[in-house]
Design a protein around this ligand. Structure first.
Ligand code: GLU
Length: 472
């Protein structure tokens, strides 16, 4: 049977990093086996589902590059189908209306709790005779779970799992208003869509035996399951907002590349020897659902940053550019106002762990600043630097060819004429021209800043020094 997997998020918030990982594993399993991947939006919880959250899921998937072959399929568009299957189960006496009031169920639960029993429905309406059934009064529909025997399913992560049916009660499959419930819609969808493997978080593991019984009742074969352990924070607790960013799009905003996030997520719970870096092509070739780790993994932002840096360094400029451009647009930085970005990237990418760091390092070449960085200015824009700045300014203003080698000569000549060390010219000049004390070699730096801008900024530095002198 050809492989078909799905990602079935409930649209109640952003695409969470844990959801993205199960999406990735499902997607990779499909891609690794020439299969199909479905995006299904589980929006039956009308109160909690929002169109914004649907969009957030789609945006997150698109940003990560996880494409789907079918969908998005919305469960809210399939109510007729769920109704039909519920009708089928009732007519086959595999489901039944339950008239128990909320109060009765509450009481039942209290008594069971007091007797230290597991709260469960006691099956009062399971065998009502036709005379006791008045469908015009409020009722839910319950699935007749087998009362004997066991239910077994194969879990590719945790191994075979077997549960005694008497542990499971008769699950509500349609609420009083007729709305179908999660465990039921999942089964109908997985059945109708021909899903062969389900990868999801292990918070769903208790649902699975119930779902398998419903498959059985429908005469369908349940898929294989893979329940992936939760992602933990660095304190060993379930990853949550307390630990920092958990939404996929926050990682985009924070300057991560989708390839780095995917690479990080694939390794967070799966391994192939001790290989750390996987291109998407490699992931598709090597990913094996049977190698998902049983033990939970802890999210490590430093490792993700390290990976991101490897990707920023190794991604060709043309491929990096759309991502970088997004951040530049966010900052309102126009590349038309400065040097050709292709020349800068190799220089700055080395040191940047995120695209945000890369953008802040290059901003000075494209946009003027109002103030010098306080610490650098305090150290280097002192009255003693004034003669060097004045002399270099006059030399630079006479330069015809604004190129590194001529700029370097002007710097050398200034140092020689004033009989001072290179650093005494270079550092004040660097701070003047870029606003801060960190930049590549001074000749390249000035070439990129450009002639006009350099001269204006040296002038600004001289004013800064004059003001400082006046205040002293
Ligand atoms: N809609 C469920 C969730 O978002 C997932 C259901 C499933 O994967 O079976 O948790």
């Amino acid at each position: 049977m050809s492989v078909k997997t799905r990602f079935a998020p409930s649209p109640t918030g952003d695409l969470h990093i844990g959801g993205a990982r199960t999406a990735l594993y499902s997607w990779l399993h499909a891609r690794a086996n020439d299969g199909q991947f479905v995006l299904r939006i589980e929006d039956t919880d009308i109160e909690r589902s929002t169109p914004e959250a649907v969009q957030a899921i789609i945006d997150g998937m698109n940003w990560l590059g996880l494409d789907w072959d079918e969908g998005p399929i919305y469960q809210t568009h399939r109510f007729d189908r769920y109704k039909e299957v519920i009708g089928q189960l009732i007519s086959q006496q595999k489901a039944y209306p339950c008239f128990c009031s909320r109060e009765r169920l509450e009481e039942l639960r209290e008594t069971q709790k007091a007797n230290k029993e597991k709260p469960r429905y006691d099956g009062k309406c399971r065998n009502l005779c036709a005379d006791d059934i008045d469908l015009s009064t409020d009722h839910v529909i319950r699935f007749k779970n087998p009362q004997e025997g066991v239910v077994t399913f194969k879990d590719v992560v945790k191994g075979e799992i077997t549960i005694a049916n008497k542990e499971l009660d008769d699950l509500i499959i349609a609420r009083t208003d007729g709305a179908p419930t999660y465990n039921f819609t999942v089964v109908v969808d997985d059945m109708d869509m021909g899903i062969t493997q389900v990868v999801r978080g292990d918070d769903h593991i208790n649902n699975t035996p119930r779902q398998v019984n419903i498959f059985e009742a429908l005469g369908a074969k349940a898929p294989e399951y893979g329940h992936v352990p939760m992602i933990l924070g660095d304190d060993g607790k379930k990853l949550s907002k307390r630990h920092g960013a958990v939404s996929v799009m926050q990682y985009r905003d924070d300057g991560f590349l989708p390839e780095a996030v995917l690479n990080y997520l694939v390794r967070l719970g799966w391994s192939h020897g001790d290989q750390e870096i996987f291109s998407i092509t490699e992931m598709k070739e090597l990913f094996d659902i049977n190698n998902i780790n049983k033990a939970p993994s802890a999210f490590n932002t430093d490792k993700l940053k390290w990976l991101n840096q490897q990707y920023i360094k190794s991604t060709p400029v043309a491929k990096l550019m759309p991502h970088l451009q997004w951040h530049l647009d966010q900052q309102g930085i126009d590349l038309a106002n400065g040097p050709k970005i292709d020349n800068l990237i190799p220089e700055f990418a080395e040191r940047a762990q995120t695209l945000n760091e890369l953008v802040s390092a290059i901003t000075t070449y494209y946009r003027d600043f109002d103030e010098f960085e306080a610490k650098a200015a305090k150290k280097h824009l002192r009255p003693v630097a004034k003669p060097a700045l004045e002399l270099i300014k006059s030399k630079l203003s006479g330069l015809e060819n604004w190129q590194a080698e001529f700029i370097q000569k002007a710097v050398d000549d200034t140092a020689a004429e004033l009989d001072i060390g290179m650093g005494k010219v270079g550092m004040p000049l660097r701070v003047a021209a870029t606003g801060g004390g960190m930049s590549p070699a001074i000749d390249m730096t000035l070439e990129w800043v450009g002639k006009q801008r350099t001269l204006a900024r040296i002038e600004m530095a001289l004013v800064f020094i004059a003001n400082r002198e006046a205040r002293a």
